[in-house]
Design a protein around this ligand. Structure first.
Ligand SMILES: C[S@@+](CC[C@H](N)C(=O)[O-])C[C@H]1O[C@@H](n2cnc3c(N)ncnc32)[C@H](O)[C@@H]1O
Length: 234
């Protein structure tokens, strides 16, 4: 134990995360849109309480501070959007924007993107967006990448027939990594596979996330891949 005389050299430790990072407290201030400790029944309950939005379900995995979700949910008010994100600050910023815009068709989960399938019935998803996932460039870290064979298999199970996955990245290695994994899955097939120049000509694909805006300003190439959940071929 620290003697009283020495306490001035040992200021009270900021033990609790909520004292270090106020966002861990503020995350609880937006219960209508942000589930801080989500469960599948809790999400279902939130969505059922918003009957205006009963259309196709769309996920944004690693949604950051929500710019992409916000634009998409405004453009497509009949669709339901769910964002998965782990960082408190980004979630709180996203929740504030959603509340300010009075959107009733978008929810945020503080949840690992890898666990998305727990929240989705088989063949229930219309679209999944994976915008600028952490690239983990070192070979020894590749196992930490979000897109893996089990992840793609979960997408095959939860996407509707004809459902789409949109992957955007500035990292050519990640793009090639995902293409190489497709050999190991049955149903996801590339439909659009292009760089930014080609993408500009694809109607409706110009909603940009905050990382995309940042990379575009830096003149970085953006790689864009669309996968369609097709019938099994074997
Ligand atoms: C490079 S940022 C991209 C953010 C946003 N999608 C965009 O394009 O602006 C990657 C985001 O994924 C989040 N993230 C990383 N690993 C995650 C995981 N396992 N589950 C959920 N989110 C994750 C990070 O916190 C970060 O906000």
């Amino acid at each position: 134990m620290i003697p009283d005389s020495d306490l001035h050299r040992h200021p009270p430790a900021l033990h609790r995360a909520s004292e270090v990072n106020p966002y861990t407290r503020w995350i609880h201030e937006h219960p209508a849109v942000l589930l801080a400790a989500p469960t599948p029944p809790a999400l279902r309950e939130k969505m059922e309480a918003s009957p205006a939005a009963s259309g196709p379900l769309v996920l944004d995995l690693g949604c950051g501070s929500g710019n992409f979700l916000l634009q998409m949910a405004s453009l497509l008010p009949r669709r339901r959007f769910v964002g998965f994100e782990l960082r408190y600050k980004r979630l709180v910023k996203a929740a504030r924007k959603i509340e300010k815009a009075k959107l009733k068709n978008v929810w945020l989960l503080r949840e690992a993107a890898e666990r998305f399938a727990l929240y989705c019935a088989p063949a229930s998803l219309a679209e999944v967006h994976v915008n600028f996932p952490d690239p983990w460039p070192k070979r020894r870290d590749w196992t930490k990448r979000l897109v893996s064979v089990p992840f793609l298999q979960e997408l095959e199970r939860t996407l509707q027939h004809g459902g789409l996955v949109h992957l955007r990245t500035d990292h050519s290695g990640y793009f090639l990594h995902v293409l190489s994994l497709l050999k190991q899955v049955d149903r996801l097939r590339p439909r659009i596979c292009c760089n930014d120049d080609l993408r500009r000509r694809i109607p409706g694909s110009n909603v940009r996330s905050e990382f995309e805006q940042m990379f575009s300003c830096q003149q970085k190439p953006i790689f864009y891949l669309v996968l369609e959940n097709s019938r099994p071929t074997r």
